[in-house]
Design a protein. Structure first.
Ligand code: PGA
Length: 241
């Protein structure tokens, strides 16, 4: 079984010196391993500095444009990201959906374009607190998958289940709910798509999602900004049978 430990730095750190330190400390805390693949997703401004530099840590972008090039002020295209030796790109993170009005249609266009440049899209899905309370969690996630991955070869993408209410709140998803959603996503995507869990994952709870809830890896936000915590997560995952 291959596992994945992915760190989403979001809009952090705020200067190059700290970013370089976090990257080198992260690389020191993990190993290149057959069993666990580690990747980090720094802000765009650090991608060129880090991509292809450490064999222990693959690099991904946190977003990409839905077009290859042209008049799209402020955007970075998947072709430009691929050209930097990045391997992954996050698509449809809930913060993009909520704060930057990204729709499933955009997610679908970006995913297809990223694939055309041989990037591996990590397509994020997840319900809000309101959706879950109303009993719509499974329906929302299924709809996001159907629309976001329409006409996509799902064997070439990763999916990340990140319940919105669990992101950055310290309230990680319960194992039973996480297991149920992994089952639903697996039913939709089939056996070949790695499925990650994200949402307040840390060194204490992270490996449990892999061991007991059927996930292939973790997408880690806050805890990936602490190299020692991230290293512990790596060790926990490497220690799984
Ligand atoms: P968190 O973020 O680990 O800080 O909850 C996860 C994510 O947004 O990918």
């Amino acid at each position: 079984m291959k596992y994945y430990l992915f760190g989403n730095w979001k809009c952090n750190p705020t200067n190059a010196q700290e970013a370089k330190k976090l990257f080198s400390d992260t690389a020191k805390g993990v190993k290149r391993s057959e069993k666990v693949e580690t990747a980090v997703f720094p802000p765009f401004c650090y991608l060129a500095e880090f991509a292809g530099k450490k064999k222990e840590v693959a690099i991904g972008a946190q977003n990409c444009c839905f077009k290859e090039s042209g008049a799209f002020t402020g955007e970075v295209s998947p072709k430009q990201i691929a050209d930097l030796e990045c391997k992954y790109v996050l698509i449809g993170h809930s913060e993009r959906r909520k704060l930057f009005f990204e729709t499933d249609g955009f997610v679908n266009e970006k995913t297809k374009l990223a694939l055309s440049f041989d990037l591996i899209p990590v397509v994020c899905v997840g319900e809000t607190d309101e959706d879950r309370t109303a009993g719509r969690a499974v329906e929302v996630v299924k709809n996001q998958l159907a629309a976001g991955l329409k006409d996509v070869d799902v064997k070439k993408v990763f999916a990340a289940y990140e319940p919105v209410w669990a992101i950055g709140t310290g309230k990680a998803c319960g194992i039973a709910e996480a297991r149920e959603m992994a089952r639903v996503i697996r039913e939709v995507l089939g056996p070949d798509t790695p499925i990650l869990y994200g949402g307040s994952a840390n060194a204490k709870n992270g490996a449990v999602y892999l061991k007991e809830a059927g996930y292939n890896g973790l997408l880690v936000g806050g805890a990936s900004l602490k190299a020692d915590e991230f290293a512990k997560m790596f060790q926990e995952i490497e220690g799984l049978e």
